[in-house]
Design a binder for this molecule. Sequence first.
Ligand code: 8YV
Length: 316
Amino acid sequence: MKPSILVLGSVWSDDVREQVAQAFDCHFMKAIPQAGDAAFDAIAGSIRGVLTTGTVGVTPALVAQLPRLEIVTVHGVGVDAVPLSLLAEKGIHVTNTPDVLTDDVADFAVLLLLSTVRRLPVLDRYVRAGDWLAKAPLGHVQARALKGKVAGIVGFGRIGQAVAARLQGFGLQIRYYQRSPGPAPAQRSASLLALAQESDMLVLCMPGGADTQGMIDRAIIEALGPEGTLINIARGTVVDEAALLAALQDGRLGAAGLDVFEHEPQVPQALLALDNVVLTPHVGSFTVEARRAMGALAVANLVAHFNGEPLPTPVD
Ligand code: 8YV
């Protein structure tokens, strides 16, 4: 008999669905089931594994309803939506999908940075609206150059370093900040505030979770300044979204490219009205190739666990 697993979230491509369905008795649910969900109650006692996304994760309440749970597999690198210490206490394994998405997420960070500083969506809308034909003025659009400027990377792990390597090719000077020193010869600023003061653009690549919650606050945003650009491909929770919105509205911050939001998929209505922002729906790893590799690695972790083999990518 195939082990029963719960598959949470709405990101699954047909090939991931097929792969998991081959190996497991799968129960798909788009969101974490609410108390009193009869369909879930009927299967909860049989569930031995959960496959979930980086943002849906699992909650302590869900874990409490799954008495036979042995493993939580995250389809993504970030594990901030998973209660790691609770799962460790219960002896439940956790895995994620590092490395296979690094290049595509780093590419996306660069894409979002370029789109933001060159105001790509504004220009696209200009053509579509017939403004080019109508010879409407374009001089108010503040497209900016990258060359010779300083890019500050917050979080200098695998993704941060991959972003830095790409941005060097655009003639940007690179600095970074994280608590522990990263690999030489990259230049680490003395503090996050110093990095924001020294940089023309900040690219957020740090993990989410309690340690980084609200780290990009009003002081950091103001230090980046009226000509500065903020790019967030990390987690919405790392930014004080209200402070960001206010600074973008009144010109204390130049521009922002945002792939993640505090309460996604909700995006503050006022952000939608701004021309100095580029908004995308949490798609850093959204390529056919990365999503296929993430799916395969997630399934490989589940299969290894149920075969009693070492887990390919456990989270410590
Ligand atoms: C995904 C992510 O969007 O890797 C992460 O941490 O946030 C993303 O790659 C998500 O986890 C897809 O399942």
